[in-house]
Design a protein. Sequence first.
Length: 198
Amino acid sequence: MRYTKDQKEETRQQILEAVHRGFRQRGFDGAGVDGLAKGAGVTSGAFYAHFDSKADAFRQAVALGVGQFTQAVESFQEENNDQWLEKFVSFYLGEKRRCELGDSCALQSLTPEVGRSDEQTRLVFESELLKAAEAFTTGLPQVDDKPDIEHAWVNLAMLIGGVTLARAVQNPELADEITEAVSNEITHKNTHEKANGK
């Protein structure tokens, strides 16, 4: 039986999604090829039919994951207009913080792994991160008709760092305290800039 090009791409995408989940759950060193392939429901041989190496699979998973963050930002902007940031912050610090690690945002779970990766992986990450920042910036208040990219970086760093810290602590009340502080800071700053016409 022959598969069409669309069917092959759909299969490849399903495998990549499963591999992405495996890396988020166990990290690069903790996720072996056999385990990644098993999680995707394929053989190790089939894994190598789609990826040149484990490092190649990781790079593709990183690109997929950061791309999903960008798509989520754009979706919240489209659906919520001026309220998008508050709603996105609530979603990211709530649902995306409490979900299983395998379902977490790649920017939470894979960024430390990227920092220990090779130059090619960091370049892929950087390229996708710039797209995410650009998407984030388009929905923020502007100063002198120019997008406030610094504001975007601050918000992104607080969101990702806040969730990373909250996931790492044992005490759930402390985790809530961390994310509430981040939420209040982002929301307050955004409301203040709107009020000042920025």
